[in-house]
Design a binder for this molecule. Sequence first.
Ligand code: ATP
Ligand code: MG
Length: 124
Amino acid sequence: VSVNLKDNLEVMADEAHLQNAFLNILDNANKYCSQKPSIIVDVSRVQQFAVLDFSDNGIGLDKAAQKRIFEKFFRVSTGDLHTVKGFGLGLSYVHSVITAHNGQIELSSKPGKGSRFRIKLPLA
Ligand SMILES: Nc1ncnc2c1ncn2[C@@H]1O[C@H](COP(=O)(O)OP(=O)(O)OP(=O)(O)O)[C@@H](O)[C@H]1O
Ligand SMILES: [Mg+2]
C-alpha cells in the first residue's frame, strides 16, 4: 500500500469505526485481485472535505454489481475469485460508518481494470 498525503487534514470522527472502514476497503482490494495487489491511497482536500481515494488493481466490478455494492450481504458470485471467503457485510458497514459521519462514498470501477473507492468526510 502506498499513501499520498498532500495536506494535514482533521476530521471529527469515531476513530475505531473509521479505522475498521478503511481496513475493510484495503482487505477487499487485497482479496479481489488476481495479480500482485497494488493499492494506492490518495488523501487531499476539496473545499470543506477530506477526500480519500482508495485505488486498486483488482478484478473490478461491472455496472450491475456497482449498483448493489453497498447492500448488506451482496457478493459477486461469479468470476475466478468466487472462492474468496466473505459475508458481504464489509461494504454495507463501511457505507453506514461514512454516512453516520455525514460523509459520502462512491465507487468507480471497470471489470479487469480495478476499482476506486472515494470517501469524502467533512473537515473539522
Ligand atoms: N476492491 C474490490 N474489487 C472487486 N470487487 C470487490 C471489491 N470490493 C468488494 N468487491 C465485491 O463486492 C462484494 C461485497 O464486498 P464486501 O466487503 O461487502 O463483502 P465481502 O468482502 O464479500 O465479505 P466481508 O467484507 O463481509 O468479509 C465482494 O464479495 C466482492 O464481490
Ligand atoms: Mg469485504
